[in-house]
Design a protein. Structure first.
Length: 275
């Protein structure tokens, strides 16, 4: 058995962990050796040796046809184990389910992953007309959609500005209807405390999103709702926002380990969701 990491020095564990993070940032498309060398700053031989070691441990896999690298099964299993202790999915699942039941619309938990936001959970309500734009596993850049917009707007202003400067060309190319509106949407979201997606990218598909903060104050996730346009008119918005705010508060309390106190700020919401 080869021992490719020996001799790389005390920085080897740090380099390995950073390489895994870069590979995670690459997501479903995978990453090439050249790409990993570029983003990690490692030399090509060092990067290759670390990847070989990670492959041997099941942390990384390589597609034999494309030669691209992906996170491996062992990373997935470790994630499942960690989720039992730290996973916001476990903490927030009840809230997502309750939002779907009480509004009749689709409810989501999304988490920040680097410069993107990943949908972890979707729960559908009982209203027959639904928005099908977002599903579990989908990934969008910060700012694209109600949830990602809520997270972006909740970041420190300097961090949000740095993101727009770095990702601007890509956002402008991939989402031309959204890009010129994004600064104004960020400001509106900060003032309101929640994000509204008025079908900018997908006509007729509207959404509301609200950021979730860790006990440290860091923004790591959001809860959101999506529905057809007729379900998110101004007369219904306050009820939906109140329900979102309630569930965000409950999730944040659970993250702190505080007792949960379930209040119903909008008792009419359930009745109207069936209308």
């Amino acid at each position: 058995m080869t021992q490719p990491v020996e001799g790389l020095g005390a920085q080897s564990p740090i380099r390995t962990l950073r390489l895994l993070r870069h590979l995670g940032d690459a997501g479903a498309p995978g990453a090439s050796l050249a790409g990993l060398v570029r983003v990690s700053g490692l030399s090509k031989p060092t990067c290759r040796r670390l990847l070989i070691a990670l492959i041997e441990e099941g942390m990384v896999v390589q597609d034999p046809a494309t030669r691209l690298y992906f996170l491996g099964r062992e990373i997935y299993l470790l994630g499942i184990i960690a989720a039992e202790r730290y996973g916001i999915h476990r903490v927030a699942l009840e809230s997502v389910t309750r939002l779907a039941q009480e509004t009749g619309d689709a409810a989501f938990l999304q988490v920040r992953h680097g410069l993107d936001v990943i949908c972890l959970t979707r729960e559908d309500g009982n209203y027959p007309l639904r928005s099908h734009v977002l599903k579990a596993g989908d990934r969008y850049p910060l700012g694209v959609g109600a949830g990602p917009l809520a997270i972006l707007a909740a970041l420190p202003e300097s961090e949000a500005e740095a993101y727009l400067a770095a990702r601007g060309p890509q956002l402008e190319q991939r989402y031309p209807p959204l890009w010129p509106l994004l600064p104004e949407l960020i400001q509106e979201t900060r003032e309101r405390g929640y994000a509204i997606n008025r079908g900018v990218l997908f006509k007729g598909s509207w959404g509301l999103g609200m950021a979730v903060r860790e006990p440290s104050g860091r923004v790591t996730a959001c809860l959101s709702l999506a529905a057809v346009e007729s379900r998110m008119q101004p007369d219904r918005e306050p009820e939906l926002v109140a329900l979102l705010a309630r569930e965000v508060r409950l999730v944040e309390q659970r993250l702190k380990g505080d007792p949960l106190r379930l209040a119903d700020p909008a008792p009419a919401a359930r009745r109207r969701s069936r209308a």
